[in-house]
Design a protein around this ligand. Structure first.
Ligand SMILES: Cc1cc2nc3c(=O)[nH]c(=O)nc-3n(C[C@H](O)[C@H](O)[C@H](O)COP(=O)(O)OP(=O)(O)OC[C@H]3O[C@@H](n4cnc5c(N)ncnc54)[C@H](O)[C@@H]3O)c2cc1C
Length: 384
């Protein structure tokens, strides 16, 4: 069996890596140069770490990232602080922590692994421009254009097509699959700094969700500093997008009780922003084509759920192929993951991990349940 995989994001790469461990042939096609350092998602949940555990590079990835052992919610206005320790789930997983690591490092490790797999061919700078055939009877044919000076066109044939070409998937449109949902009205704004003053560091957990003076801030400890994530209100959008002072002002107000507001003016930091949407593919499967990752769903990025869900799907799909999945079984795989997308991914990101009333006092069993859900460990059995 030969599987064509379009898109070498973390999800397409994960699918090929897992499939290669079973010796199945795959061809991975990517339109851009393979290596880049774009900063995108930065959280690997315990469930994703379990999907990666058979790869020897996981130890290296863990040592290059930041292991987070506590998760905090802090309502500063009500002086209410909640800290959940991942120790509560150490009986449930060999990885009772979340790993903060840039998505590009995971990609690099997967690429390095795949370069050594004889069953996987990687074609980069090759743009898939159309699906020529996708028939139950005859298999899949794709047209691709090689980038660079040649602009040569080539046709590729395979038994199945895995579509992992991201949120703006061209193949999804060509296959006639809708991607309905909505764009969130305000973007996400991030600010990364190398270090923070001791007085602030001591008060924060490795991941802290703060509510303060009516706004909310997520604080992530990374191996090379701290990342602050803010979600402006609609009224704040233009200032948040076009004035680099907006985020400094917001952070100064939020943490004024811990550090001098003027500190934010002097620190050098990297600021960026991106739009967030919630959209789901109307179908995961069209004849021999299967959608996974951002091509199938995008959500609010909090908790890194979108990326983590994609990794679990890729793991599950490759495992199913290895067990001999064929055309008739595709629908049951697809139904399982469509149901999980609607019952787990969307509501969880919408509720922002902490349920309807996130900033309240919690007992140990509530904390454990929150961590199981936030870690996606309660969905892990379906990945095998
Ligand atoms: C700025 C930014 C910040 C983000 N932050 C977070 C975050 O904090 N938490 C979180 O969970 N998620 C975040 N995300 C989303 C996260 O990055 C995605 O969920 C993740 O990348 C999905 O992986 P994927 O492999 O499905 O798709 P992608 O990573 O988008 O990969 C798709 C690949 O397909 C290739 N491709 C597309 N079309 C073709 C074609 N026709 N032919 C060949 N190749 C093609 C693309 O070049 C790309 O390499 C962020 C995204 C962005 C843009």
């Amino acid at each position: 069996m030969r599987i064509l995989v379009v898109g070498a994001g973390p999800v397409g790469l994960m699918f090929c890596a897992k499939l290669s461990t079973y010796g199945h042939e795959c061809v991975l096609i990517e339109r851009n140069p393979l290596h880049h350092t774009l900063s995108r998602a930065s959280t690997l949940q315990p469930a994703s770490l379990e999907c990666l555990k058979e790869f020897s590079f996981l130890h290296r990835l863990i040592s290059r990232g930041q292991c987070i052992h506590d998760l905090m919610s802090w309502d500063v206005d009500r002086d209410l602080k909640n800290i959940c320790s991942y120790d509560l789930i150490d009986g449930e997983t060999p990885y009772p922590f979340r790993l903060h690591v840039n998505q590009s490092l995971l990609r690099d490790e997967l690429i390095r692994f795949l370069r050594q797999c004889p069953s996987c061919t990687i074609l980069d700078q090759a743009d898939v421009t159309s699906v020529l055939s996708n028939s139950s009877a005859h298999g899949v044919a794709l047209r691709m254009k090689l980038r660079g000076s040649s602009h040569l066109e080539q046709i590729l044939h395979g038994d199945f097509l895995v579509v992992s070409d991201g949120a703006k998937s061209v193949l999804r449109t060509q296959l006639g699959i809708d991607f309905d949902g909505f764009d969130l009205p305000a973007p996400v704004v991030r600010f990364s700094v190398d270090s923070i003053p001791e007085s602030l560091r001591c008060e924060l957990a490795g991941v802290s969700y703060l509510k303060c003076f009516g706004s909310s801030v997520s604080c992530l400890k990374m191996s090379d500093g701290w990342r602050f994530i803010l979600r402006p209100t609609i009224a704040e959008v233009s200032e948040a997008l076009f004035s680099s002072d907006w985020i400094r002002k917001k952070l100064a107000i939020t943490f004024q009780f811990l550090i001098q507001p003027s500190w934010w003016k002097t620190v050098s930091g990297l600021r960026d922003s991106y739009r967030v949407s919630q959209r789901v593919a109307s179908s995961r499967v069209r004849q021999r084509a299967i959608l996974i990752g951002d091509a199938a769903h995008i959500t609010n990025t909090r908790g890194g759920f979108n990326l983590n869900f994609g990794i679990m799907e890729a793991h599950s799909l490759a495992t199913s192929f290895s067990k001999g999945m064929y055309l008739d079984d595709l629908w049951s795989w697809s139904n399982r993951w469509s149901t999980l997308t609607r019952s787990v991914l969307l509501p969880r990101t919408a509720r922002l991990l902490f349920g309807q009333t996130p900033f309240q006092s919690l007992g140990a069993s509530d904390q454990k349940e929150i961590l199981m859900r936030a870690s996606l460990l309660d969905c892990l059995d379906v990945t095998d």
